[in-house]
Design a protein around this ligand. Structure first.
Ligand code: ADP
Length: 500
């Protein structure tokens, strides 16, 4: 086993990995940018190296500086977390060349599965259904022609894409040419690669993904699915395991498809196959994430496994500890992503100082946080500050527990997505499991006041004043009779049959 691991990430995921190292009695090294000197992950780590200025391109994405820190600290392996260098085949290759173990798949597997078009081709070769579309290199004019052939709506995506960047949904033929140009230029600036491809845009699918683990000895297992349909701007906000629509038979079919694809790609370590599931429960491969996912804790809660420890064990050459038939799912888990964002202003980032913080606890509650009271959430990075995860014997218990935990959770000084999650946890459609990728738009968009807690009192007072003025008008707004007008509270009480 490794003696020392460098964690090439920040925030909650860096702490998550450091904790696993500590439980495995492995020394750990953090890296930080100049903007992160007061970051929580530094406080958790055994030692820390500054790898550059605030801009992630010069620090958390700075391969030379991170490899130099690994060498100086004597770390034998690097865990990349998610984001930053986690899916960078070149970084994995450079680790391999430097004799440092990259805790993730081999660089050629990242290359094969990291490009969405190449992953789609491999999926087809493995007999896994893919979302209908066109993956070959096409000129703009050809993309346009193929889009019309497939039939609108279509979605144009960056081959090297991720995080929703370079993605354009086209409903109307008039917008097609400009969407193609915009997707290409966004792909070029975000990923340095202007290659785009096309998919039929499915209406209201569910996002269901399958977690796999593969060891260096050639064994691959699936750990069940996660439902990630609650999304804003095509990005996940709430995830759960298991999916309310996946039964044992579908789980087995999706799991076996994911394992087949992983084996076709020569995949090793933890990975996730993302699928879209339509109303008839047909599933279509979307893409693979060749790393640990943000939402991995829900799988851990229902399987009892520690995915980070599994990743480290696999990277150290250990065989998988469980055969497929030994794995099972117990209960249900939900994760709410706590972002420093204002849910009432279309989820705009809300960086700033956390002036007060109280975290929830109690049975079945897990919190993965990267912040503390007094911490200044920097503007430079992803606004995810914490993840709140609950487990229950069934989905409803997990949801009720989440509602209770969210009530206990207070963060002052910045806006967060907590009030949004509170609304979801009491929404009858969510509680019935009626969610798909249009859920947030369908239930909340355009009606922010319908779920804005801070607006409730304003609405009550406005209704009171309205009733008061209406009754006053009925009595005649004569100054001499003004005394006859009663307070809105009295009027309301009278109407309710009470004596005021
Ligand atoms: P990214 O990697 O940029 O996050 P994905 O390809 O994983 O993009 O898609 C993100 C989300 O966008 C999906 O979970 C889904 O909600 C939506 N989406 C992507 N492709 C389609 C499609 N063909 N039809 C309908 N929705 C889609």
């Amino acid at each position: 086993m490794f003696r020392k691991i460098l964690v090439a990430n920040r925030g909650e995921i860096a702490i998550r990995v450091i904790r696993a190292c500590r439980e495995m009695r492995i020394a750990n090294v953090a890296v930080i940018s100049e903007a992160d000197r007061s970051s929580l992950h530094v406080r958790y780590a055994d030692e820390a190296f500054c790898v550059g200025p605030a801009a992630s391109a010069q620090s958390y994405l700075n391969m030379e500086a991170i490899l130099a820190a690994a060498e100086r600290s004597g770390a034998e392996a690097i865990h990349p977390g998610y984001g930053f260098l986690a899916e960078n085949a070149e970084f994995a290759r450079r680790c391999e060349a430097a004799g440092i173990v990259f805790i993730g798949p081999p660089s050629q597997a990242i290359r094969a599965m990291g490009s969405k078009t190449s992953a789609r081709r491999l999926a087809t070769a493995a007999g896994v259904p893919v979302v209908p579309g066109a993956t070959e290199e096409l000129s703009d004019a050809e993309v346009e022609a193929r889009a019309l052939e497939i039939g609108l709506p279509v979605v144009i995506k960056a081959a090297a894409g991720g995080g929703g960047k370079g993605m354009r949904v086209v409903q109307d033929p008039a917008g097609l040419a400009s969407a193609i140009r915009a997707a290409r230029s966004e792909a070029q600036s975000a990923f340095g690669d202007s290659a785009i491809y096309l998919e039929k845009y499915l209406i209201g699918p569910r996002h269901v993904e399958m977690q796999i683990l593969a060891d260096q000895q050639g064994h691959t297992v699936y750990l069940g699915e996660r439902e990630c349909s609650v999304q804003r701007r095509h990005q996940k906000v709430i995830e759960e395991a298991p999916s309310p629509v996946v039964d044992a038979a579908l789980r087995q079919r999706m799991g076996e498809a994911a394992v087949r694809l992983a084996q076709t790609a020569g995949y090793v370590n933890a990975g996730t196959m993302e699928f879209l599931v339509d109303g008839d429960r047909n599933f279509f491969f979307l893409e693979m994430n060749t790393r640990l996912q943000v939402e991995h804790p829900v799988t851990e809660m229902v399987t009892g496994l520690d995915l980070v420890k599994e990743q480290i064990g696999i990277a150290a050459g250990e065989p998988l500890r469980h055969r497929q038939e030994e794995l099972s799912i117990r209960g249900a888990a939900i994760e709410c992503r706590i972002y420093a964002e204002d849910p009432f202003q279309n989820f705009v980032p809300s960086p700033g100082r956390i002036t007060g913080l109280r975290e929830p606890g109690g049975a079945g509650v897990r919190i993965e946080s990267g912040v503390y009271e007094g911490y200044e959430v920097p503007v430079h990075y992803d606004p995810l500050i914490a993840k709140l995860v609950t487990w229950g014997q069934d989905r409803l218990e997990a949801a009720h527990r989440m509602r209770r935990a969210l009530m206990e959770y207070t963060i002052h000084g910045i806006k967060t997505t907590i009030p949004f999650h509170q609304r979801v946890m009491v929404d009858p459609e969510f509680l019935r499991g009626e969610i798909d990728t249009t859920y947030i738009d369908r239930r909340f968009a355009g009606r922010p006041h319908a779920w804005d807690e801070s607006q409730r009192d304003v609405a009550l007072v406005a209704a009171g004043i309205h009733a008061f003025l209406r009754d006053q008008a009925r009595l005649g707004a004569h100054p001499a009779r003004a005394g006859a007008a009663e307070s809105p509270w009295k009027l309301a009480a009278r109407r309710a049959g009470l004596r005021g």
